[in-house]
Design a protein around this ligand. Structure first.
Ligand code: ITT
Length: 199
């Protein structure tokens, strides 16, 4: 069985491959597939965007497609950047630009009001229209200045209280065990085991 990974973000692909290591299906990514994907993420929720990305690639390839839509929800900002996480500071920005903008908006906000969570929705769409959603979240705190080198995106400013470290300080191995993405994709892994055993 082959499943198309419907994401263009190399950092996410790397993590998903690591989290799903050993699954008995071939994961096809865009590089291997050598096709360009341009999906406008105009949904109001992570769920809508994840489904849209997976549907576009399922139709394009006629294979089951698995998408990841993730976002950072900051309570003080009423859930922003949320679905806009990748383009919080504008179109064609990089991770650092988004972090700078977020830290500016959080300037002077006391620690107890800096709560946030990462949420990941993984959507699996089959060519016959079958659809499965898997969700993962992790709670954390937005710190005042970036810490750590690993990971990507908002990882250097997202602190996990249980470890007193940011995702970027924790490193890939631990992040890929506890993250929002790890939780969503381990639910997918369990689903897949049952699905394959039935078949
Ligand atoms: P695809 O749509 O091609 O999958 P994308 O980068 O646009 O790639 P999203 O729409 O899901 O993906 O945007 C998620 C953004 O949220 C991402 O660009 C990061 O800025 C941030 N993000 C998501 N997961 C993260 C993580 O594990 N650590 C840090 N930041 C993350």
């Amino acid at each position: 069985m082959e499943i198309v990974l419907a994401t263009q973000n190399r950092d996410k692909i790397k993590e998903i491959r690591e989290i799903l290591k050993g699954i008995p299906v071939k994961l096809i990514t865009f590089d291997e597939h050598s096709r360009e994907l341009c999906v406008e993420e105009d949904g109001k929720t992570l769920e809508e965007n994840a489904i849209k990305k997976a549907e576009v690639w399922m139709k394009e390839t006629e294979k089951p497609a698995l998408a990841d839509d993730s976002g950072l929800e900051v309570d003080y900002l009423n859930g922003a950047p949320g679905v806009y996480s990748s383009r919080f500071a504008g179109e064609n920005v990089n991770y650092a630009d988004n972090n700078v903008k977020l830290l500016k908006m959080m300037e002077g906000v006391p620690e107890e009001k800096r709560t946030a969570r990462f949420r990941c929705i993984a959507a699996l769409i089959f060519p016959d229209g079958g659809k499965e959603l898997f969700e993962g979240t992790i709670e954390g705190i937005i710190i005042n200045a970036p810490r750590g080198e690993s990971g990507f995106g908002y990882d250097p400013i997202f602190l996990i209280p249980e470890y007193n470290k940011t995702f970027a300080e924790l490193g890939d191995e631990i992040k890929n065990k506890i993250s929002h993405r790890a939780m969503a994709f381990s639910k997918f892994r369990k689903y897949l085991e049952i699905y394959l055993n039935k078949g």
